[in-house]
Design a protein around this ligand. Sequence first.
Ligand SMILES: [Cu+2]
Length: 115
Amino acid sequence: MKHCSLILFLGFMTLQTPTSLWAEDMNMDMSGDMRSGSEQPMEAAKRVKGVIRQIDRAKGTMTISHEPIPSLGWSAMTMDFSVKNPAWLGSLKSGQSIHFDFVRQRGAYVITAVK
Ligand SMILES: [Cu+2]
């Protein structure tokens, strides 16, 4: 998670000047997420493969070791994801390999589908 955030932050800083030229148009479609002005639109879910390391059913989150995601500039890492429907956690267990889709929502990463 740490280096994801760092990369996003650096990406944001780098893009800040050119982005500001069209930020007003972008904000119309961006459901309030200030940082979505970077290269990937919020709506495009990313599909990735990973291994569940830990499940927190109380919080509705999972810790997952995911494979690299070149389109986000992420290398493989272990990080926390929220789950859109916490009921899914009931049929998952740590150690399990999954394919999942996720989006970034208000600074958190939310899994929208699990295969
Ligand atoms: Cu990550």
